[in-house]
Design a protein around this ligand. Structure first.
Ligand code: AAT
Length: 295
C-alpha cells in the first residue's frame, strides 16, 4: 500500500484483514506457482507473504511450527523414525522435527523452490532445519510425492500447507488424504494445517468428515494454537491417526518425552509446546465442539 502498510486480504476472510506497518520491502518475485514477498516490519520482524497471505513472521512462527510438528511426534505410540513434511518450505517444521533424536529420515516435499531459497536468505532461524543431515529435500507437488511413496513408509506426515486457494487446494482434498493414509505405517499420524474456527468452521467440518471416512478404525481430532498473525489469531490442525494393532490412538495424550535441541546446534528453546499445552490444544469451545461432534 502507498501509505507503507500491508493488509492481508483474501476471499477466505472477507471483509477483514490484518495490517502490518512495513519498514522495508526485502524481496518481491513471482515463482511458477505464486507471488513471493518478504517484508521487514517493526511489530513482527521479517514476514513471508505468498499470494498476499502471511505464511510466517519471525516473532510468532514458533507457536505454529512447534505445535504442528510436536503434536503428532509426541502423540505417537513409539519413538518416530521416519517423517515427511508436505509444504513447509521455510524450514521451521524441519527445525522442530529435527529435535526428535529418534528420527532417522526427514523428507520434505515443497512445491516452490523460490520459497526455500528466500527462506535460507531471510529466515535463517527457521531455515536452520535444512542443515540437519537427516533432511532430504524434494522440490515437487506434495500430492505427487505422497502418491509415489512406498506403502507404510512414514510414522508421521506433517502437512504445513498454505490456504486452499492456489497450489495448496489439492492438499485439502480426499485423494491426497487417501494417499497419505496409504503412505503411513500402522499407528502413524498425519497432522495438517486446518484453518480457523472463527472463519472456516464449514471447511473444518467437511475436512473432519472426509478424514473420518479415510481414517476408518483410526481417530480424527482437531487441535489449535494461538498466533497473532494468522487470520483471527487462531489456527488449527487436523490430527488423523491410522489404525494400528489395538484400539485407536488418542492423539490428545503426549507419549514421547519433550524433544530437546539436537546436539551441537544453535536452536532456540521450545517456546510454546509443552505437555500441558498438548492436552489443552484439543479442548474446544462449545460452539466448535458442537459443530464438530459427529463428523
Ligand atoms: N510454515 C508456515 C508456512 C506455511 S507455508 C506453506 C507452504 O506450502 C508454502 O511454502 C507453499 O509453497 C507450499 N505448498 C503449497 N501447495 C503445495 C503443494 N501442492 N505441494 C507442496 N507444497 C505446497 C503455511 C501457512 C499457513 C497460512 C494460514 N493462513
Amino acid at each position: 500500500r502507498e501509505d507503507g502498510w500491508f493488509t492481508e486480504l483474501s476471499t477466505l476472510w472477507p471483509g477483514t484483514g490484518l495490517s502490518l506497518k512495513v519498514d522495508e520491502m526485502l524481496f518481491q518475485g513471482r515463482s511458477d506457482f505464486q507471488d513471493v514477498a518478504v517484508v521487514k516490519t517493526g511489530a513482527f520482524g521479517t514476514v513471508l507473504i505468498l499470494d498476499g497471505a502471511i505464511q510466517c513472521t519471525d516473532r510468532d512462527e514458533f507457536s505454529y511450527q512447534e505445535m504442528i510438528a510436536h503434536l503428532p511426534a509426541s502423540a505417537l505410540g513409539r519413538p518416530p523414525k521416519r517423517a515427511l513434511v508436505v509444504g513447509g518450505g521455510d524450514g521451521g517444521v524441519l527445525r522442530e522435527l529435527s529435535r526428535h533424536a529418534s528420527l532417522e529420515e526427514i523428507h520434505i516435499a515443497e512445491i516452490d523452490g523460490m520459497v526455500i531459497d528466500v527462506s535460507k536468505k531471510y529466515f535463517p532461524q527457521m531455515a536452520v532445519g535444512y542443515s540437519d543431515p537427516r533432511v532430504q529435500v524434494h522440490v515437487c507437488d506434495g500430492i505427487k510425492f505422497v502418491q509415489d511413496s512406498p506403502k507404510g513408509q512414514y510414522d508421521i506426515i506433517v502437512v504445513d500447507s498454505s490456504d486452499p486457494v492456489g497450489p495448496a487446494e489439492v492438499l485439502f482434498q480426499k485423494p491426497f488424504f487417501e494417499a497419505m493414509h496409504r503412505a503411513l505405517a500402522p499407528g502413524g499420524i498425519v497432522c495438517t494445517q486446518a484453518e480457523s474456527l472463527w472463519y472456516h468452521l464449514e471447511i473444518i467440518k467437511s475436512l473432519a468428515a472426509m478424514c473420518s471416512e479415510v481414517f476408518q478404525g483410526g481417530a480424527v481430532q482437531y487441535a489449535f494454537t494461538t498466533i497473532p498473525t494468522y487470520p483471527s489469531g487462531q489456527i488449527g490442525f487436523m490430527v488423523c491417526t491410522k489404525a494400528g494393532d489395538g484400539k485407536p490412538l488418542d492423539a490428545r495424550e503426549p507419549r514421547q518425552p519433550l524433544p530437546a535441541a539436537p546436539e551441537g546446534r544453535d536452536y532456540p528453546p521450545l517456546r510454546y509446546y509443552n505437555h500441558e499445552v498438548h492436552r489443552a490444544a484439543f479442548v474446544l469451545p462449545t460452539f466448535a465442539r458442537d459443530a464438530l461432534a459427529g463428523s
